[in-house]
Write a protein that binds this ligand. Structure first.
Ligand SMILES: C[S@@+](CC[C@H](N)C(=O)[O-])C[C@H]1O[C@@H](n2cnc3c(N)ncnc32)[C@H](O)[C@@H]1O
Length: 328
C-alpha cells in the first residue's frame, strides 16, 4: 500500500532550514529524523540538487510505502529503520561507515558506501515531524484509531517484539492509579479516574484486546454530554496510551539533545509538534539552549498552519513549528 500521508507545514519547515544559503556547497547533508511518508525528504531532494538525506523511521513500513516517490533519487537518500532516540549510537563512526552510506537507496544492509565524505558525521539540517503518520493511523492495523476495530498494540514499530510494551499490556496490566495518571498526564483527560476505574472493572471479566472493547469501556464511563462533544470522547485516552507505549516524550528529549550534538555549527533544526505536551518539551529545550548561548531561535513564536492548509489537511490544525540555529 502506498503512503497517503499529507505533509504538514511543508514549505515552512524546509524554508526554515535555510538551504538556499548552502547552494554553492557540495554534499549538504540533512537528517530527516521522522521520514513517515517521505514528504519533507522528497521535496528537499527535488529543490536542492546538492543535498543528500539520511532518513530515520522506527516504522520499517514507512520506507516500503514511500519508496516509489524516490525513483531516480535513490542515490541521494538512505533510510535507516531506527528510533531517533538512538541518534548518538546510529551516527557513531564505526556504525555509519559500514552500514548507512549511500548506494542505491532503500534499507542499508552493510558494507555499502560511496564517495560521500561523511568524515565528521555532522548535519547541515535536521527535521523532526513528530507523532504518527496518516499511514499509521489509517492503515497500520495496530490500533491507533478508535474508528476501526483493531488489536490494541499502538507501537510505532511495525513488528513489535514480545518484550516491547503494547497498549494491551498497559490496559490489562497496570494499576488503576497508573492508568489514571497516564490518561490524565498524557491525554489531559478530565475523566481519567472514571475511565481508569472502568478499565479495571471491565478487565476483571475479560481482557481488553481491541479498540472496540476499549471504546465501549470509555463510552460507558463518561457522562452522556461528554459523548456528544465535537472531540470524540476516546481521543484523549487513545493519545495517552500511544504516548506511553512509545515513550514519546522521553524519546523527544533524548532525540533533540542528540540531534543538536550531530548538527554542524550554523545548521538548523525544524521541529513540528502536534500537542501541548510535545510543544512544551520543544519550547523548554530551545529556551535552555538559547540561555546557554548554544543556539539562536529563528522564530520567537511557533509557526502554525494557515487557513488554506487547515482546510486541505485538518491534521495540520494543531501543528506548531519551531526552528533553531546552532551557533557554537
Ligand atoms: C508525522 S510522520 C512524518 C511525516 C513526514 N514528515 C512526511 O511529510 O511524510 C511521523 C513519522 O515519524 C516516525 N516516528 C515518530 N517517532 C519516532 C522516533 N522516536 N524515531 C523514529 N521515527 C519516529 C513515525 O513512525 C512516523 O512515520
Amino acid at each position: 500500500m502506498r503512503s497517503v500521508h499529507k505533509t504538514v507545514l511543508l514549505n515552512e519547515t524546509i524554508d526554515g532550514l535555510n538551504l538556499s544559503s548552502l547552494d554553492k556547497k557540495d554534499n549538504v547533508l540533512i537528517l530527516d529524523a521522522t521520514f513517515g511518508g517521505g514528504g519533507h525528504s522528497i521535496e528537499i531532494l527535488k529543490r536542492y540538487p546538492n543535498v543528500k538525506i539520511i532518513a530515520l523511521d522506527q516504522d520499517k513500513g514507512a520506507w516500503e510505502k514511500a519508496k516509489d516517490k524516490f525513483k531516480g533519487l535513490e542515490k541521494r537518500i538512505s533510510f535507516i529503520n531506527k528510533n531517533f532516540r538512538d541518534i548518538d549510537q546510529i551516527f557513531q563512526k564505526e556504525n555509519l561507515k559500514d552500514s548507512y552510506a549511500f548506494t542505491q537507496g532503500g534499507i542499508r544492509t552493510g558494507n555499502q558506501h560511496d564517495a560521500l565524505n561523511l568524515s565528521n558525521y555532522l548535519f547541515d539540517g535536521i527535521i523532526f515531524d513528530l507523532g504518527l503518520s496518516s499511514d499509521q493511523l489509517e492503515n497500520s492495523g495496530r490500533g491507533f484509531s478508535f474508528m476501526k476495530n483493531e488489536p490494541l498494540l499502538m507501537t510505532m514499530k511495525e513488528n513489535p517484539l514480545p518484550e516491547d510494551l503494547t497498549a494491551m499490556d498497559i490496559i490489562n496490566g497496570w494499576s488503576e492509579k497508573s492508568l489514571a495518571d497516564i490518561i490524565y498526564g498524557y491525554g489531559e483527560e478530565r475523566f481519567s479516574r472514571r475511565i481508569a476505574k472502568a478499565i479495571i472493572e471491565a478487565r476483571k471479566l475479560n481482557s481488553i484486546e481491541n479498540t472496540e472493547d476499549l471504546v465501549k469501556v470509555i463510552s460507558d464511563s463518561v457522562p452522556a454530554s461528554y459523548r456528544r462533544q465535537r472531540l470524540h470522547f476516546a481521543t484523549r485516552t487513545f493519545q495517552a496510551l500511544r504516548i506511553a507505549v512509545n515513550d514519546e516524550l522521553g524519546v523527544l528529549e533524548k532525540g533533540l539533545e542528540a540531534g543538536l550534538r550531530v548538527l554542524k555549527k550554523g545548521g538548523r533544526i525544524s521541529v513540528i509538534s502536534f500537542h501541548s505536551l510535545e510543544d512544551r518539551i520543544v519550547k523548554r529545550f530551545f529556551k535552555d539552549k538559547k540561555d546557554k548561548e548554544e543556539v539562536i531561535l529563528i522564530n520567537k513564536k511557533p509557526i502554525i498552519a494557515n487557513e488554506e492548509e487547515i482546510i486541505n489537511n485538518p491534521r495540520s490544525r494543531s501543528s506548531k513549528l519551531r526552528i533553531l540555529e546552532k551557533i557554537i
